[in-house]
Design a protein around this ligand. Structure first.
Ligand SMILES: [Zn+2]
Length: 123
């Protein structure tokens, strides 16, 4: 029990830190950047004779069970990669917040000040 008491303030301060980080998160989106080899369509090009294609990047994202694909212009690659990183960061924060809030709820439940329920009717 005493372990819980010393541990809870640390959890509360970590929770507040994560909530601040969540508010500061940049623009985000779900999706993946995928490198692909495409054929340019020119008959004289190596790629038309089975040679290597031209490297391109696609953004794919599944929305409502449908996969959407978008060709990514090279000059927008970093901007999109940053949004995907931000999405992963938000999920990491949400997962850690969930663990902390669960631990806090468990800590509150075992706190000695809590009174016992008077009846079992709610069950
Ligand atoms: Zn080509």
């Amino acid at each position: 029990m005493s372990e819980c008491r010393t541990f809870l303030p640390e959890l509360v301060s970590r929770r507040d830190e994560l909530l601040r980080a969540l508010r500061e998160c940049a623009n985000l989106m779900r999706g993946s950047l995928i490198s692909v080899q495409v054929r340019c369509g020119q008959a004289g090009c190596e790629c038309a004779q089975g040679g290597p294609g031209h490297p391109k990047t696609h953004l794919t994202v599944n929305i409502g069970g449908k996969t959407r694909t978008l060709y990514v212009n090279r000059n927008r690659h970093d901007e999109i990669a940053a949004m995907l990183d931000s999405y992963r960061r938000v999920w990491a924060i949400i997962n850690e917040l969930t663990e902390i809030n669960l631990a806090l709820l468990r800590g509150e439940r075992s706190a000695p000040a809590r009174r016992k329920p008077r009846t079992l009717r709610s069950r």
